[in-house]
Design a protein around this ligand. Structure first.
Ligand SMILES: [Zn+2]
Length: 255
């Protein structure tokens, strides 16, 4: 297959899975089935026709409004679709036709769903993170690029670092800065990428999170007492590590 065709297919596949991810983001916190019923407008309950359900395109054709009742459709929908397509594309460009591409795509989608649920509802659903830990560890016995020991250490170190920080935060600030959801999320990512990369991910996540936190306070969008969900920053750190971890690691070791 021509390379151009191949990467186009990967991108479109990402858009379609991104569209399904939107359903998961909306329904998982409400404990609704992610399969039935078909997608409908949350306002007028009208079923969304296939023609109005084309990733990204439909949002702009409909000018961000439900065809039936005119209710505003969240910009989150095309953002999640585009993000998924873009990450699938980048993962494929780096890892080519490999197990890693397939598994990192699966991981990326889970992480995108988790991040947007965390942003909306301040929870990280156990329905994704707990099976994720088990699946990540189980895959390490099958795939060649990560050993089960590395995966296991990834779970322990990934979960452990956040657990210790949560304890310290509780002792110092007397409030919960990070919760059990973040511990399980970090353990899950560690299961997939191993102990070195989860440490890099968390470091980058903290760094970006700290800058974002300061900016939000300076811009008076949040005040010092507001909690900013940390899950999306862990995810951001692991996306950067997933894509460029090897370069970051060799740069660091070469210092
Ligand atoms: Zn409607």
């Amino acid at each position: 297959m021509q390379y151009g065709v191949e990467i186009s297919i990967i991108f479109i596949l990402g858009l379609i899975i991104g569209s399904f991810s939107n359903v998961c983001i909306y329904r998982i916190p409400k404990n609704e089935s992610i399969v039935f019923p078909a997608s409908h407008c949350p306002n007028c309950r009208a079923t969304i026709k296939a023609i109005d359900n084309i990733p990204i395109l439909s949002y702009f054709l409909l000018k961000g409004k439900c065809r039936k009742c005119g209710e505003k459709i969240s910009i989150r929908y095309p953002i999640v679709e585009f993000l998924t397509g873009a990450i699938y594309l980048l993962v494929f460009l780096i890892y080519g036709r490999s197990y890693q591409t397939l598994i990192y795509a699966l991981l990326s989608s889970s992480l995108i769903i988790i991040s947007f649920i965390d942003l909306d509802d301040q929870i990280i659903p156990d329905e994704i993170s707990l099976p994720g830990i088990v699946i990540g560890l189980a895959l390490s016995f099958i795939v060649p690029y990560i050993s089960y020991l590395n995966s296991l250490l990834g779970i322990i170190i990934g979960g452990g670092i956040i657990f210790l920080i949560a304890l310290a935060g509780l002792a110092i600030f007397k409030k919960e800065a990070m919760g059990g959801g973040d511990v399980k999320l970090s353990a899950m990512i560690g299961a997939f990428i191993g102990w070195k990369y989860i440490m890099i991910s968390l470091f980058i996540g903290f760094f970006i999170g700290a800058i974002a936190g300061i900016l939000l306070i300076l811009l008076k969008i949040r005040n010092r007492d507001d909690l900013v969900p940390f899950g999306p920053f862990i995810v951001l750190g692991s996306f950067i590590t997933l894509l460029w971890g090897e370069n970051i690691l060799s740069w660091y070791l070469g210092l």
